[in-house]
Design a protein around this ligand. Structure first.
Ligand code: HEC
Length: 119
């Protein structure tokens, strides 16, 4: 009986250690970097100044500019796109597929970055 208890304890200690390693890969949990996220996830469709309104190579205006927006309404819209509850121009699914990989903390940092830097 004692051996079984010992085995269970050892197994759970190993599981906990593994979990800690995967969450804190570098030993430090870094705050989300809005600029890095914008450059990786958004710039190709919305451009560096946020004024792009067409798909690359097309002249048909599809979406609005995203420069100069207030961070709280921007964060709210981005979370709604992530959830799939808005679809302003018929391409909400495209936005959802981009945002689904971001946490709410990352979306907040991204919205702050856009408001502060993309005017
Ligand atoms: C593959 C191209 C693509 C990428 C990548 C992309 N978007 Fe979009 N974005 C769109 C399209 C298309 C729409 C219009 C969606 C709809 O129909 O509501 C849109 C809409 C928006 C809107 C609402 C604009 C409006 O018309 O009111 C915001 C804000 C926005 N995107 C921000 C972002 C941010 C921030 C990122 C990065 C996480 C991002 N987008 C990534 C294509 C993209």
């Amino acid at each position: 009986m004692k051996k079984i208890i010992l085995c269970v304890l050892l197994a759970s200690a190993t599981l906990m250690a593994t979990d800690t390693i995967s969450v804190y890969k570098s030993g430090v949990l870094l705050a989300p970097d809005g600029e890095a996220i914008y450059k990786k996830e958004c710039i190709q469709c919305h451009s560096a100044d946020g004024k792009q309104t067409t798909f690359e190579g097309s002249s048909r205006v599809v979406y609005a500019t995203i420069n100069g927006l207030d961070s709280s309404s921007l964060a709210k819209d981005l979370k709604a796109y992530r959830f799939g509850s808005i679809n302003k121009h018929g391409y909400g699914a495209l936005m959802k597929s981009t945002l689904i990989d971001l946490s709410y903390e990352e979306i907040d940092a991204l919205a702050e970055y856009i408001t502060e830097n993309i005017k």
